[in-house]
Ligand binder design. Structure first.
Ligand code: F6R
Length: 616
């Protein structure tokens, strides 16, 4: 949550900062601001509202001349979205400016201490404490009117504060440098012939460079126009290895689509292919990153899958698939629950965490909790070099590329593939699936990208259907077994971007309470892809219809009974029953998307949300 950028070089800083912030707006978008050194002083402009307000305020950066600056796009934690709470924050003399992503947990005692020393505060943020604390230590390094030492001041502050932070810092006394530091919030830096850059995430730098350095916890970077120096929290200089980012520059652009979400939905055939094909070798599944011997795979007694939001929903599908194929018991836990409920992790338990961003605070904490209890953790992660990717013992990447829309689509689809591959690998090694069955499943997997493409081609029909529901008050999604897992994701897609209340229920649960909510015309989306359960879900469809519901069925071809019971039918192509979620999710994503578009919602940036939830 929150995105920071910084630039120092030979070009005007403000336009570079605005460009970088535009690629990080998915991290938070309730206010934005930047600080640029104009040759005499630090100028700050900030405003509540989207980045475009800041762009207008500064005429695209033209009113903020200077070649060194920092910027911020905010998702409010401490203090409501407002002009004063927007970043950057500075000290009383306006000679030190700070942008911050994270939370300073001990900001209140620090604030009291600073107030007792005569400091005054203008905002409600924890970040303002940092600006004043840096000022306090900086002034202590100024001897007899000399300039102070920023590095010493910054490291002193790092020793004092608790919590998470990625910071960009600008000193008026040292306008030829900017500083960046991190602890538990993501931070990268990069360089090209025209300067050096700071950013919270790769998309902000793609236009300028693909060679980046991932900053580790408690490291400091001093950036000048033509070089960077890295330090530990004890001011010792260190060397770091650059990493080349493979993503192409178009990856973070809309490329002619109306929204990133639509573009990312259309990228799903490729995402599935990229996650799948490198792991299919000579008729087998090879997951080198798993780093497990056959004996270790056979010794797994239980699997915990831990994640948040859509990644948790992918985990729910994973439970059905792994239990069904590999016959290993799977428990799926919300990361925010797992970390505080003292889970029982016995010998032989494998822990898998799933995360697109690799930065979700609860998932990261769950990973650490499992490791502290002596368990190795496999991360299924999308963002290369993210915190979870670096801290997990082994990482299976979902090769979805940058996902910009706040509502996940392509990364979720890639997560499903990773889970299918694990289930099949485990099943084969443990002897719970026959070779012929395994080969048929591999062929079904290979067909998925083409089948997803077919479903996407049906978008106009779904759009027409979705247009009828822009005024809906409540929508229910029902399914049984694996179809319940997909109902959860379908429901989340709709509600998070359209703000229409929606719930997913295991269809058999309806009678235990929820059915009282059904009124004439209420839309119930029934996912019915499992042969074995057709009769059961059919009964539930008939029950809600009898109470006035309008029933949409997402089902496989040739289900005449389901067709008769439903008011509207969307078909998915034939595949192995374990893989139907990869297909059923496509019309549900399109439905949520077109309802939100029809309502005029800001699809890529739904209210109150941010893409990486780096706070608890
Ligand atoms: C919903 C969505 C969120 C994320 C959740 C976990 O569309 O995107 O529910 O799935 O915040 O995020 P990651 O996967 O980054 O850990």
């Amino acid at each position: 949550m929150c995105g920071i950028v910084g630039y120092i070089g030979t070009n005007a800083a403000a336009p570079v900062i605005l460009e970088g912030l535009s690629k990080l707006e998915y991290r938070g978008y309730d206010s934005a601001g930047m600080a640029v050194y104009d040759g005499n002083q630090i100028q700050i402009k900030k405003s509540v509202g989207r980045l475009k307000v800041l762009e207008e305020l500064t005429h695209g950066g033209a009113t903020m001349p200077g070649v060194a600056g920092i910027g911020h796009t905010r998702w409010a934690t401490h203090g409501a979205p407002s002009d004063v709470n927007a970043h950057p924050h500075y000290n009383a003399q306006e000679t030190i400016a700070v942008v911050h992503n994270g939370i300073i947990e001990n900001y209140l005692p620090l604030k009291d201490k600073l107030i007792s020393k005569g400091y005054t505060f203008t905002s409600d943020t924890d970040t303002e404490v940092l600006a004043h604390l840096i000022d306090y230590y900086y002034k202590r390094t100024c001897k007899d009117g000399t300039e102070g030492n920023p590095l010493v001041a910054i490291t002193k502050v790092m020793h004092r504060v608790q919590g998470s932070y990625a910071l960009g810092i600008l000193f008026a006394d040292h306008p030829d440098q900017i500083f960046a530091v991190r602890k538990d919030s993501p931070l990268i830096v990069g360089q090209n012939e025209e300067g050096c850059f700071i950013a919270s995430d790769v998309p902000a730098l793609l236009k300028y460079t693909r060679t980046v350095y991932f900053i580790e916890n408690q490291e400091v970077v001093r950036l000048r126009a033509d070089h960077m120096h890295f330090y530990t929290v004890d001011e010792e200089e260190i060397t770091k290895e650059p990493v080349t980012i493979e993503w192409d520059t178009d990856a973070a652009e809309k490329g002619g689509y109306e929204h990133f979400m639509l573009k990312e939905m259309y990228e799903q055939p490729k995402t599935v292919t990229d996650t799948l094909l490198p792991r299919l070798k000579n008729g087998d599944i090879v997951i080198e990153e798993l780093c497990m011997t056959q004996e270790e795979i056979c010794a797994i007694q239980k699997i915990f899958i831990v994640a948040c939001g859509s990644a948790y929903h992918a985990g729910m599908t994973g439970k059905y698939v792994i239990e069904g194929i590999a016959r290993i018991p799977v428990e799926v836990d919300l990361a925010s629950e797992f970390r505080y409920r003292n889970p029982i992790l016995e010998k032989g338990t494998m822990v898998i965490v799933i995360s697109q961003s690799g930065e979700t605070a609860d998932t990261l904490a769950a990973l650490r909790e499992a490791q502290q209890r002596g368990h190795k953790v496999l991360g299924i992660v999308n963002v290369v070099g993210s915190s979870i990717a670096r801290e997990a013992d082994n990482v299976m990447y979902t090769w979805a590329g940058p996902e910009i829309a706040v509502a996940t689509t392509k990364a979720y689809s890639a997560q499903l593939i990773a889970l299918y591959l694990l289930a099949m690998k485990f099943g084969k090694v443990r002897g719970t699936i026959e070779q012929t069955q395994f080969q048929e499943m591999v062929e079904d997997l290979r067909r998925l990208p083409g089948q997803i493409e077919m479903l996407l081609a049906n978008k106009n029909r779904i759009q027409r259907f979705a247009n009828r529901y822009v005024g809906a008050k409540d929508v229910f999604f029902i399914g049984r077994g694996i179809d319940h897992a997909i109902s959860m994701e379908g429901s989340l897609k709709l509600k998070e971007i359209s703000y229409i209340h929606s719930e997913a229920y295991a269809a058999g649960e309806l009678k235990h309470g929820t059915i009282s909510l059904i009124e004439t015309g209420t839309l119930v989306a029934a996912v019915a892809t499992q042969n074995m359960l057709f009769q059961k879900i059919l009964s539930n469809m008939i029950e809600v219809k009898a109470r006035g519901a309008f029933v949409l069925a997402v089902t496989t071809q040739g289900n005449t009974e389901i067709e008769k019971a439903a008011d509207y039918v969307i078909y998915i192509p034939d595949t192995n029953p374990y893989f139907t979620n990869s297909l059923a999710i496509i019309p549900l994503q399109l439905f949520g998307y077109y309802v939100a578009v029809g309502k005029g919602c800001d699809v890529d940036k739904p209210r109150n949300l941010a893409k990486s939830v780096t706070v608890e």
